[in-house]
Design a protein around this ligand. Structure first.
Ligand code: PTJ
Length: 253
């Protein structure tokens, strides 16, 4: 693929596109993952491609919720692997949460490739691989309903970056607290999750890792206070207000 000149005004965005399209060529990313990335790009544009204050608040609440969890799990799909394999592995080691591969377009080949990438990035244990034992998660059909007995099936808190709304709903209906990273604040995923980080995964994960490291040393009572104060619907409203304010500024200028 052609090199991207560093002085290109959209350099960072083009680098991400390159990563995404290479992951598709290598069989890691589903074809629909390319479209999902495009939708994400459009919303990121509306956010000014920066982490807005409501996202920082959600990141703090997410870090706290993960630290309070008895059995946290990080669900990993093709887009997450393509963009942020190193960071999900680091987060999983910081919070001692297993990574579990869960794919919408599940094939043995994709699962194997994703497992290898996670392991090459330092993951010690990856759940969700081909020969494991699964239990079905009520309310879902097809491969997404597969929940590892050691992982998502018994999890109390699940981080699911870039997820679709019906899986989030099913996880909630099965008693899990769901944290998501989702650029579209009006999606069903965003509205259904317990904590929605309206930000690009590539910016949100490093910040989430930093927050976990910072909050680890806090008293449990302080952590409980942070989670109890967080209101996801209110925070989503604030994210939309940021987008709308930017629109108004653009119209005026
Ligand atoms: O790897 P698989 O087989 O599990 O397939 C994964 C995809 C993403 C293709 C599948 O789950 C899917 O079709 O997802 P959706 O319903 O298109 O939703 C993806 C959501 O992710 C969209 O609402 C986008 O706004 C959002 N999104 C895309 N890129 C990013 C993002 N959110 C945060 N960071 C991103 N980089």
């Amino acid at each position: 693929m052609q090199d991207i000149p560093q002085n290109h005004p959209r350099y960072h965005s083009l680098i991400l596109r390159k990563k995404i399209s290479e992951a598709h060529k290598n069989g890691v990313l589903a074809e629909s993952g390319l479209i999902a990335h495009g939708r994400g790009e459009a919303f990121d544009y509306l956010l000014g491609e920066k982490t807005i204050p409501p996202a920082k608040k959600a990141i703090e609440a997410a870090a706290t919720q993960l630290l309070l969890a008895k059995h946290p799990v990080i669900s990993v799909n093709g887009n997450t692997t393509a963009l942020s394999a190193r960071e999900v592995v680091q987060l999983s080691s910081e919070i001692e949460a297993p990574l579990e591969i869960n794919l919408f377009y599940r094939t043995p080949d994709r699962v194997d490739k994703i497992e290898k990438i996670l392991k090459n990035n330092g993951a010690k244990k990856v759940l969700g691989s081909i020969n494991q034992k699964y239990l079905p998660l009520n309310g879902l059909e097809g491969p997404r309903s597969l929940a590892s007995m050691e992982g998502i099936y018994q999890a109390d808190v699940v981080l699911v970056p870039l997820e679709d709304g019906d899986r989030v709903q099913a996880l909630q209906d099965n008693g899990k607290t769901v944290i998501t990273v989702e650029l579209n604040p009006i999606s069903r995923t965003a509205k259904t999750s317990s904590i929605t980080i309206v930000d690009n995964l590539i910016r949100a994960l490093p910040l989430l890792i930093k927050q976990v490291q910072k909050l680890k040393v806090q008293e449990r009572s302080r952590l409980v206070e942070i989670v109890e104060k967080f209101d996801n619907q209110e925070n989503l409203k604030k994210s939309l207000e940021f987008i709308l304010a930017d629109f108004k500024d653009s119209v005026r200028s």
